[in-house]
Design a protein around this ligand. Structure first.
Ligand code: NAD
Length: 298
């Protein structure tokens, strides 16, 4: 039987460690860790994600500050807010909830975030350090995937790893992190020829294309590990009902694989957990606290 990489369970275990870490260090720091989330506009999925992040923060003792601006806000207004948060002594992490309306210059806003508070790891200083394999804030989804693999002692070093997708949010940073951990990484994308043949070489296959059910059994080598990053809400045949699915047609591949992530309950919860980890690391650094959480960093 294939092994389920249960992101929900692992995230709850890590949350317990984080809760204990904050409780035992709060006296020294004299304040809780603080996370600012900046949301612009009314994208409903973003609303759900921000809610989940807020709840996760309150479960472990991080104070969250939500700034919800409406569509009519100007670029300068958001930049000013970020600059203010950069120097706010109660804030350890700043997250710009993506996507934001197209009229904004997203990259410029991310560039404005102080790299040491950039808990999404998307600022060019942090991406540059990732390229150089130097310690820095790492993006949450890739870092969560690495923790999931580690939790089941799945070796990365020397393994053939294929990543589908080359986005700045997932595919690129993930490929670099796996490379830094000595995987032999192939990054594929929408223009890759014979995608299924390339993927079939993989010991570990990671799907982050944002295409529902793209990966079927023709992509998968017997005994591979398959990680599904995609998340899609599809209309079900019954009226007004929806169901979640990923980039992987799980029922077609499950009998072939050694291990897999479910959707939901795989990569998603780990993304939120790594946001908490990054916020606590920023807090820890500021107050020179001891580190018992190093194994959570990729
Ligand atoms: P994106 O649209 O920015 O990038 C998609 C990438 O996939 C691109 O590089 C593109 O070249 C490639 N691609 C698209 N179609 C392809 C195809 N047919 N074959 C091969 N490659 C193809 O998306 P993203 O932000 O990287 O997100 C990818 C998916 O992961 C989405 O479904 C998103 O919702 C999900 N996601 C989930 C989490 C989580 O926490 N679970 C976090 C981030 C993103």
């Amino acid at each position: 039987m294939s092994l389920k990489l249960d992101g929900k369970k692992l995230s709850l275990e890590i949350e317990e460690r984080l809760y204990n870490y904050i409780s035992s260090n709060k006296k020294i720091a004299k304040r809780s860790p603080g996370l600012a989330v900046v949301r612009i506009g009314e994208d409903p999925a973003s609303g759900v994600y921000v809610n989940n992040k807020e709840k996760a923060c309150s479960r472990i003792g991080i104070k969250s500050f939500i700034f919800h601006l409406n569509d009519s806000a100007e670029q300068e207004e958001v930049e000013e807010l970020i600059i203010k948060l950069n120097s706010d002594k109660d804030i350890d992490g700043i997250l710009l909830q993506l996507p934001i309306p197209k009229k904004f210059d997203e990259q410029k806003l991310i560039s404005n975030i102080n790299p040491s508070k950039d808990v999404d790891g998307l600022n060019e200083i942090n991406i540059g350090k990732l390229v150089k394999n130097e310690p820095a804030m790492r993006s949450c989804t890739p870092a969560g995937i690495i923790n999931l693999l580690r939790s089941q002692n799945i070796t990365i070093e020397g393994k053939k790893i294929v990543v589908i997708g080359r986005s700045l949010l997932v595919g690129k940073p993930l490929s670099l992190m796996l490379l830094n951990l000595n995987g032999t990484v192939t990054m594929t994308h929408s223009k890759t020829l014979n995608l299924n043949k390339v993927c079939k070489e993989a010991d570990i296959l990671i799907a982050a294309a944002g295409k529902p059910n793209l990966v079927d059994s023709s992509f998968v080598k017997e005994g591979a590990v398959i990680i599904d990053v995609g998340i899609h809400r599809l209309k079900s045949s019954e009226e007004n009902l929806t169901r979640l699915c990923g980039d992987v047609l799980l029922e077609d591949v499950i009998s072939k694989v050694f291990a897999y992530t479910p959707v939901p309950g795989g990569v998603g919860p780990m993304t939120v957990t790594m946001l908490l980890v990054n916020t606590i690391f920023s807090w820890k650094k500021q107050f020179g606290l001891s580190s018992t959480l190093k194994d959570l960093l990729p």
